[in-house]
Design a protein around this ligand. Structure first.
Ligand SMILES: [Mg+2]
Length: 401
């Protein structure tokens, strides 16, 4: 069995470097982040010179600047990332009929049977690495493994611009000395719990009692033990859709306390989410909204749609209804829109073709084209102009479930 995991290195920051037309290079300390003048902006991505100072994605801008004061700050440009991501996926797709797009900057390839056509998995990994560099100017790290887990651990093992083979014979040597957090699905909380039972490295996890792990972590304990031992039977299914959802949220420049103001911010988020859906050629069957309050507590609502859609106005109808239900006069600090249950089946012929639907779809297609050509700000819906909310700080193009 052989699988590849290809991961674009510091994706957003690298796109900014490539697009700068020589003004920056990969040695420039550069951070992609929200507007630092507004509150609570965070770092979304950074080049390696910045990362070496200890800056991580998700860190507040002020903290990052304290560590790396000379960093260049660049605003995010999602449409740009989407274009690069699509080109990246097109390259990857040439080397296997079974690929899984994972988020915006990663893909898995099931390479079984492809050796006869393209040569060894290692050679293909190098070819993909070279092509992405030559055609897009971006670097990738690639993992080649006996299963998807090993491939993923391989692409994490050495960055940037590298290929690492991980298989049953070097798993213990390469992976066991790593801290448990380097294993997939081991977050901070799980790592803390593991430390409390004396498990610090992947090797210690692999050698600990499966029974004890099950007692502490329930059914997940078994998966943890299996993964530490390099066991993973996940497969990419033909036609399986890895994209589970798209979401977008925004922290408002001031707390919003009226429904029209909140709806205007939600409309902006809906436009962006819908644009991404159309770029992915996927329709959403579920739409949800989320509020975060000044005390950082939050709540949300979601609804299933009778007909899956990627039309902005149709998604926004549900968003508006949900906002009316969720808003009870309490000031809101952050709003988000999320869509899920994505499907890429072609649109079903409606029983009664709706003229309104056709019109809205044509409008979306026309505005997408204009925005692709002239930038996101070339057109704005009147509903988004009444209030000023211009900080993008929580940028989660894809929800990884
Ligand atoms: Mg990446």
């Amino acid at each position: 069995m052989s699988f590849l995991h290809v991961d674009l290195n510091s994706f957003y920051a690298s796109c900014a470097v490539v697009e700068s037309g020589g003004a920056y290079n990969f040695d420039t300390p550069l951070m992609v982040c929200g507007d630092p003048k507004r509150r609570h902006g965070i770092v979304l991505a950074a080049t390696y010179p910045v990362k070496r100072t200890g800056v991580r994605a998700g860190m507040p801008i002020w903290e990052a600047l304290a560590r790396c004061p000379n960093a260049v700050l660049v605003a995010p440009d999602f449409r740009l990332y989407m274009r690069y991501s699509d080109s990246f996926m097109r390259i990857v797709r040439r080397y296997s009929p079974l690929i899984m797009r994972y988020g915006i900057d990663e893909a898995y390839l099931d390479y079984n049977g492809c050796e006869r056509i393209f040569g060894s998995a290692k050679d293909t990994a190098d070819r993909i690495r070279e092509r992405v560099k030559k055609e897009l100017g971006l670097t990738v790290s690639v993992g080649v493994g006996d299963n998807m887990l090993m491939a993923k651990m391989g692409s994490d093992y050495k960055k940037p611009d590298a290929v690492t083979e991980i298989n049953a014979s070097n798993w213990q040597e390469y992976i066991w000395p790593l801290p448990v957090q380097s294993l997939m699905y081991v977050g901070k909380a799980t790592a803390g719990k593991l430390r409390s039972i004396g498990v610090h490295t992947v090797g210690e996890l692999a050698l600990s009692s499966a029974v004890l792990l099950k007692e502490v972590f329930g059914i997940c304990g078994q998966t943890l033990w299996k993964n530490a031992n390099g066991i993973d039977d996940t497969r990419i299914l033909p036609g399986a859709e890895p994209q589970k959802g798209v979401s977008k949220s925004i922290t408002l420049s001031h707390n919003a306390s009226t429904l029209p103001e909140i709806c205007s911010a939600l409309l902006m988020q809906t436009e962006d989410v819908a644009y991404r859906l159309r770029a992915l050629k996927m329709r959403a069957g579920v739409v949800g909204i989320h509020f975060r309050y000044p005390d950082m507590s939050g709540e949300g609502r979601q609804v299933s749609l009778a007909t899956p859609t990627f039309v902005t106005a149709e998604l926004y109808e549900s968003v508006k209804t949900l906002a009316g239900v969720l808003f009870r006069g309490r000031p809101v600090r952050q709003v988000g829109v999320r869509v899920a249950k994505l499907s890429c089946e072609p649109e079903q012929m409606p029983l009664f073709p709706s003229e309104a639907h056709e019109r809205r779809l044509r409008l979306d297609c026309a505005t997408d084209k204009l925005r692709d050509r002239y930038g996101a700000d070339v057109l704005k819906r009147a509903g988004t102009l009444c209030f000023e909310h211009d900080e993008i700080d929580e940028f989660s193009p894809f929800v990884r479930v």
